[in-house]
Design a protein around this ligand. Structure first.
Ligand code: SF4
Length: 266
């Protein structure tokens, strides 16, 4: 396809988050759109499992995945924001580490951006750029691909799901403020050094007494206490009923966090 105004080929871009949906979309489109360009906006705070999965995917796709943000990572923007942690209300992390790098990567070329919204997600829209040169395409929605199909695509490719699915429902930064308390507990169990690092970002403003934490519940220690208490309750209940497999429990994707961080986690 040629952009008739510049006579340059239209670029086909697919952003990978290390999550199941964008990974499955890359696999699904590999042979359909050979000119596809892949990119991964690395925040500098990704889980090791995510980075390992992106490497595996790169081998499978047989093409380089462009890593964005090599110079300006989370630490850089945290300093820029006077050490104010990002939050659901102040999402400077997504803007600076995901959205802007994508738009810079696209430049002024005519671009089709492929988004992994599935057919069973009618209310989701994903990130649609306001730049007129960037059009979006949602092949899964157009082709009726649902969550079960996504798992089938990943299994048939031999890649399977990223390893963090053993304890966490989505990709994204290890300290993402959208994660659930049981996922914080998972981080502590699987990557105690990252959990401790996340704790160090929390602080109290001596002048105002204002507390800056990742979670509204309180400090991460408090979050863990509550998660452990919940876990004990669930374990007691599960002794009486048949427990769900962990991956099924995570993949329920509760509605309240459904649109939490689409560009970071699809
Ligand atoms: S994953 Fe979470 S913390 Fe990381 S950029 Fe996205 S919203 Fe921000």
């Amino acid at each position: 396809m040629i952009d008739t105004t510049s006579n340059r080929p239209v670029r086909h871009l697919l952003g990978l988050s290390g999550g199941k949906d964008s990974s499955a979309l890359a696999i699904y489109l590999r042979d359909k759109i050979p000119e596809m360009e892949y990119f991964f906006a690395d925040t500098g705070a990704e889980l090791p499992e995510t980075l390992a999965y992106i490497d595996l995917l790169e081998d499978y796709l047989g093409k380089p995945i462009a890593r964005l943000n090599s110079e300006r990572d989370f630490e850089y923007y945290l300093k820029y924001h006077n050490n104010y942690l990002p939050s659901a209300q102040q999402r400077w992390c997504t803007v600076n580490l995901k959205l802007i790098p994508f738009e810079v990567f696209a430049g002024n070329d005519e671009v089709i951006s492929y988004i992994a919204i599935r057919a069973d997600e009618p209310s989701r829209s994903g990130y649609v750029s306001k730049k007129s040169n960037i059009k979006t395409s949602m092949p899964f929605r157009d082709d009726g691909i649902n969550k079960e199909d996504v798992f089938d695509i990943l299994e048939s490719s031999g890649l399977g799901v990223p390893k963090y699915y053993d304890w966490r429902s989505r990709s994204g930064c290890y300290f993402c403020f959208f994660q659930k308390k049981e996922e914080w507990l998972g981080l502590k169990k699987h990557h105690v050094e990252l959990f401790e690092k996340a704790k160090k970002y929390e602080s109290i403003d001596e002048k105002t007494g204002r507390i800056f934490t990742w979670n509204q519940i309180g400090s991460l220690d408090e979050v863990i206490k509550r998660a452990e208490a919940d876990q004990t309750k669930v374990e007691r209940k599960n002794k009486k009923t048949v427990p769900k497999k962990l991956i099924d429990a995570f993949c329920d994707e509760p509605k309240d966090t459904e649109d939490a961080c689409l560009i970071c986690t699809l």
